[in-house]
Design a protein around this ligand. Structure first.
Ligand code: ADP
Ligand code: ASP
Ligand code: MG
Length: 450
């Protein structure tokens, strides 16, 4: 096998939730000889259960109750596989280790223990999927991703160390994939001294892209529960339709601005190494999907609409800002120190407003609290909650006449709080009240795509 024909396939949570879903995935892998690395998510629901174990103070009975739910998901697959002794033993010992981890009394205060706990979902699903693949006649082997996916120690949102990943993957995976298919865990990594880390929710897509980059793969397939990337989240409107192709830039904007089908960082490795990314449904592979490539045949002004929920709008003011050089720098130095990404910014002479991502229980939420405390030390800080960020993604949006007026006309009945337009040819974003965002996306979709 030459490196140029290598494909990495990633299967998301619903794709590995049951035996029959796993069987669909196994058929996809078996049908493509270039697929030599398979990245799996935790079975649907498992990571959410693990997050509640990690983040909520629970009684012993509540802990047992949650673990039973996780066990039920994994055991139903084991049952369908006929409980082979070796596999049953391995799953049993993972579950025992999970119970130990969940009962660690310092769990609520230690981010490293939380990440170890969160890693069990992918460790269990990859074990089960390896067996399903073997039954499909594939020479599959389970591979612990922590041996190669080196990260820093930002638990919960760890940053991959690219050079190390490439070195380790070449050394430990490359020789194996000549005659085997390695089944490994998405979302999980390890720091320099072997402590388990995680890449942030939805991180398995990112893992697949990172391994594709490290191994010099030609393509990376993201198999999920929808037939590709759509014009907007098909859960918002059933008039959303799958897009046959997208450019790296468009996909990166969509992922960044809330299209959950791709983790925000997925396109970075693809862009660097020119790796084609395919998104399709593991349930209906025959329906095709979206190809994400460097150059598309068409570059329409409007391609898709995304929404990111749970945004906070922060306004910092100080009378001192009037003609005071350095104020903005001070504000953004604090934000950068906490590694937060700011999407929208608007400024006036004495105030600057920006948005922060704020999903409950997230690493960002915790960092936001620390950031805001530091800002309060030197300026007045006003925080407004309950906003969603709506983005129209497209091409040459800043230079074509009429692009913005069409968008504004569609949402003329709503109050837009912050508008960002012009800095990037691929998007126009604004903040809207969360109660309005569904209607706004539907309205925009009607006017731009239907
Ligand atoms: P997986 O578990 O396979 O990673 P996710 O739930 O993370 O799946 O992502 C798939 C979901 O992303 C879809 O079910 C869909 O609701 C949502 N989604 C949001 N925006 C889009 C979009 N533009 N196109 C397709 N799916 C989208
Ligand atoms: N299992 C992780 C999550 O649910 C990672 C993933 O599915 O991509 O967030
Ligand atoms: Mg996902």
């Amino acid at each position: 096998m030459t490196v140029s024909s290598l494909n990495i396939a990633k299967f998301g949570g619903t794709s590995v939730a049951t035996m029959s879903a796993m069987r669909n995935c196994a058929k996809i892998v078996a049908a493509e000889p270039a697929t030599r690395v398979v990245v799996v998510s935790a079975s649907a629901g498992v990571t959410n259960h693990l997050v509640s174990l990690a983040n909520t103070p629970l009684t012993q009975a509540q802990i047992i109750d949650i673990i039973e739910k996780i066990k039920a998901i994994q055991y139903s697959i084991l049952q369908d596989l006929g409980k082979p002794p070796e596999l049953s033993e391995k799953l049993e010992s993972l579950l025992e280790a999970l119970i130990d981890a969940a009962q660690h009394e310092e769990l609520l205060h230690r981010d490293d223990l939380k990440d170890t706990l969160l890693s069990f979902g992918e460790r269990m699903s990859s074990l089960l999927f390896t067996e399903v693949l073997k039954r499909e006649g594939v020479n599959a082997e389970n591979f612990d991703v922590r041996k190669v996916l080196r990260t820093d120690t930002t638990f919960g949102e760890a940053v991959p160390q690219l050079a190390e990943i490439e070195r380790l993957a070449s050394q430990l995976m490359q020789p194996e994939i000549i005659d085997k298919v390695l089944v490994t865990q998405g979302f999980v990594g390890a720091d320099e001294i072997g402590r388990t880390t995680t890449l942030g929710r939805g991180g398995s897509d990112f893992t697949a892209a990172l391994l594709a980059e490290a191994l010099g793969a030609q393509s990376c397939e993201i198999w999920t529960d929808v037939v590709g990337v759509y014009t907007t989240d098909p859960r918002i409107t059933d008039t959303a339709r799958p897009l046959p192709e997208l450019s790296f830039e468009e996909a990166a904007e969509m992922a960044n601005f809330g299209a959950k089908v791709l983790h925000p960082a997925t396109m970075e490795p693809a862009l660097r190494q020119d790796i084609k990314v395919f998104v399709g449904s593991s349930k209906e592979p025959e329906k095709g999907g979206t190809w994400i490539v460097r150059n598309c045949k068409h570059e329409p002004p409007y391609r898709a609409i995304t929404r990111r929920k749970e945004q906070v709008m922060v306004t910092v003011k100080t009378p001192k800002m009037m003609h005071a050089p350095g104020f903005l720098q001070q504000v953004f130095t604090i934000i950068a120190k906490h590694n937060l990404s700011v999407d929208l910014v608007t400024t006036s002479e004495i105030a600057v407003s920006f948005t922060l991502d704020n999903p409950a229980n997230s690493v960002a939420e915790k960092l936001n609290r620390e950031t805001l405390d530091e800002l309060r030390d030197f300026c007045e800080v006003v925080i407004e909650n309950n906003y969603d960020l709506v983005t129209v993604v497209g091409n040459n949006m800043h230079s074509a006449a009429g692009v913005s007026s069409k968008i504004f006309w569609s949402v003329r009945d709503y109050n837009l709080r912050m508008i960002c337009y012009g800095a990037n040819p691929h998007n126009m974003s604004f903040l809207v009240h969360q109660d309005d965002s569904t209607e706004i996306v539907k309205e925009l979709h009607r006017s731009l795509f239907e």
